[in-house]
Ligand binder design. Structure first.
Ligand SMILES: Nc1ncnc2c1ncn2[C@@H]1O[C@H](COP(=O)(O)OP(=O)(O)O)[C@@H](O)[C@H]1O
Ligand SMILES: [Mg+2]
Length: 224
């Protein structure tokens, strides 16, 4: 599903250029779960942003389902992100003025589904119930715990039924116990829905739960 071929990313700044990824290769099969670990600043977010078509490589190719995503125009990239990808950001980026339910409904409304609004809402409610948030639908993000905010972000990532979910340090701010719960949830998601999962993390507990393991260090990605 994912085929990263010799990808480099160089950030050009006045007077210096920073080679964050150096000829990186990564293959992730459909239905697989992969963890990428590495110290802070090693380029984990940079790599995930390339997979999520939020950024483009300086060299090399990123193929997703055989399509060269760097060749997408802005509109095509936005449609691809909305319909084929679920992205869980490091700081979740929930809309603070929207409820849990609204945060999950919005991407589905933008997803161009042929369904009535009541159906969209029902689908979001069902997903939130599966994720254990049925009693938090009308809460605003500030009224939630860190674990609940993450669950909301996960439901939002899943609402358009993507085949690929990318998660950037999803448990970054959670305690050990909640991290375990989230890891369970991700593993379950993969097993039940067949979602391909790439998780970038420095949390060893979460990384261990994924099937394949990579480490990013000094711009190089190595399979563990
Ligand atoms: N837009 C940018 N311009 C310049 N440097 C950047 C940019 N984004 C990230 N970097 C640098 O690239 C390196 C890798 O960043 P990042 O991918 O966020 O690492 P990680 O997620 O592993 O902590 C860091 O040194 C960071 O400062
Ligand atoms: Mg990061």
């Amino acid at each position: 599903m994912i085929d990263v071929q010799n990808v480099s990313k160089v950030y050009e700044m006045p007077g210096e250029s920073l080679r964050v990824l150096d000829a990186v290769n990564l293959q992730v099969a459909t239905g697989e779960t992969a963890a990428v670990v590495g110290p802070s600043g090693s380029g984990k977010t940079t790599l995930l942003n390339l997979l999520g078509v939020l950024d483009r490589p300086s060299e090399g190719r990123v193929l997703i389902d055989g399509r060269d995503v760097a060749s997408f125009g802005e509109e095509q990239a936005a449609a691809f992100r909305n319909q084929s990808l679920g992205f869980v950001f490091q700081h979740h980026h929930l809309l603070p003025q929207c409820t849990v339910l609204e945060n999950v409904v919005l991407p589905r409304l933008a997803g161009g589904w042929a369904e009535a609004e009541a159906e969209t809402t029902a689908r979001a409610e069902e997903l939130l119930a599966e994720i254990g948030l049925q009693d938090r639908l009308a809460h605003f993000p500030y009224q939630l715990s860190g674990g609940e905010r993450l669950r909301t972000a996960l439901a939002r990532a899943l609402v358009n039924e993507p085949r690929l979910v990318l998660a950037d340090e999803p448990t970054g701010s959670l305690d050990q116990e909640t991290t375990g719960v989230v890891a369970d949830l991700l593993v379950q998601l993969n097993a039940q829905m067949g979602v391909t999962l790439v998780v970038v993390t420095h949390n060893a507990t979460l990384a261990r739960r994924m099937q394949t393991h990579y480490e990013l260090r000094g711009g190089k990605l190595e399979k563990q």
